[in-house]
Design a binder for this molecule. Sequence first.
Ligand code: SF4
Length: 705
Amino acid sequence: MQDGSATEVQTTCPYCGVGCGVLARTAADGAVTVRGDPDHPANLGKLCSKGAALGETTGLDGRLLAPQIGGRETSWEEALDLVASRFTQTIARYGPNAVAFYVSGQLLTEDYYVANKLMKGFIGSGNIDTNSRLCMASSVAGHRRAFGEDIVPGVYEDLEQADLVVLTGSNLAWCHPILHQRLLQARAARGTKIVVIDPRRTATADVCDLHLAIDPGTDVLLFNGLLAHLARVGVVDQTYVSASTSGFAEAVASASADAPSPEVVAAGCGIAAEDVRAFYEMFAATERSVTVYSQGVNQSAHGTDKVNAIVNCHLATGRIGRPGTGPFSVTGQPNAMGGREVGGLANQLAAHMGFDAPDDIDRVARFWNAPSIARQAGLKAVDLFEAVGDGRVKALWIMGTNPAVSMPDAGRVRSALKACDFLVVSDVTQTDTTRHADVLLPAAGWGEKRGTVTNSERRLSRQRAFMPTAGDARPDWRIVCDVARRMGFGKAFDFDGPAAIFREHAALSAFENVGGRLFDIGALADMTDTDYERLVPRRWPQPTHGTPAGRLLADGRFPTPDGRARLVAVRQEGPALAVGATHPIALNTGRARDQWHTMTRTGRVPRLMSNAPEPVIEIAPVDADRQGLADGDLAHISSRHGFARARVRVSTGQKPGSAFLPMHWSGQFAAHAGAGPLSSPLTDPFSGQPELKHVPVRIHREAVA
Ligand code: SF4
């Protein structure tokens, strides 16, 4: 179906990285109804609770409808002129690194592409980072260390073709519900074994065969123990290791020193030795094994090492690049993967090229005709807001995200936003961040804008418009291009729509033999506008020069200098901040089933709010007893960085000494209720991803409930 149709329009869910297809219809009275698209390969007609409620999120409640300067409504002309002139003046006076963009995995690929092109290509700074930094940056860094490129080897069918699926740091049942349903269906048919590794007993753990409730942050020890076990019992694919990998001996030596026996692992992880042995024996005995991991692995000061500890086990056994095998990082956001493809992270360039290769920089400079292109990586998210706070970054443009709530040490981020010389926010709705903006730009929302997204299995899908744009809102790509033109970069941003941007993005991936890399969508560079409108979901790499698109990494060759994957020697290390006498509880943060991010959309849907209408902290019975807390009490939670309040739920699913608080709540829905102000800004040294999964806190009863 085409955009603007009065009948059902094929589009894609704007929430999680599963990337489900949606059929949307607008009635004469403006009411929107949705159903799952039976033809979309990700969901085959199903939707989860959030996706099924999409039609209830398209109203005008909280929408930004007109540009504003200092809270006064104004014209687009005046707002865009001001943004362009202030950015230009700041760059002229202080240099290109005095400005920055902070963008979002909610943006469409075309929006992301032009924002990245403007900042890195024409402003000449690497200072564009994204909220995906909080989501999957450790997987990106781990993939680059192991494979030489940010490649996700897995596809969804692997979960259906495996005999063992290990879910580690992933509450798939709540965070990727449709993928979890596919897994459970496959289990019913073929008896797949499911192992869940998570300190909490989650909804995912409730239906698994073996739950390893490891102590927070001990993942490297567990997987080092697995690698040592595989080497000890001889379950190593020697042919694959010899032909396709390097670093095997060093990785095994490191793992064996760390985890010489299941008993040592059990003691270090806080679980029973027989459970460790059961997991290791199950993995060793099951050729078709997939390890799915998500934020529980990534959001750590050692997230990259955790990723490589997992990947090592698959490389050692050759269980990668074949059906029903592989390490598989599933992304949180609908277009985290699309952002990676266009270079939306501060340390990437574009089309999977990077700043660490001078040839890449020259190649992109030639393609963009951008002699002032940035030659160094920019500031990653946490460092970026620190630079805003101390005045190194003087002009900041935030697109489609709410860092005043979602960033770690969010209180400090809010202070930085208040102090920023010039803050631009483009977004769909009012948020805790928009209130700090000097200039507010209303962006088109889901159902109003057109473009592409890429899901966790590298599948590109179209988002299509099916309703008129609210008020004066405009698509993000157009806002960026209008500012770029006013800054004097008009020729490079003379796009007449998202199809033209996508063609340029695709052409860049094939430019000057970049197609030798595994990321390649160059075959789509010749699409007409009509082809683009009719684009059906497809995975990259695209078939080129008559070659069919195959499964990634099937030939055992990797885009590293020697063509081999690298096993990385890693060691277990403790969290960035340990619990202690003053802050004895390890707080874990994450998603609730029916909410999305800072609730700017799902928080407006009564039926999604009804299941959990207020923030709830889950604590173990022994900790509740110690603090005199009972179900329904109001708790005061404080860390070294801030505090929050939440209702208490005493849960046997929590390990003693740990607690769980949803990440979603913002000041718009309940004061002092979010996890962001509590969290530490300490990050992984390779990925820059903050440690959102381990925050030392103390918990007391609030004086007044
Ligand atoms: Fe949307 Fe994810 Fe639910 Fe699918 S599983 S409907 S993509 S939120």
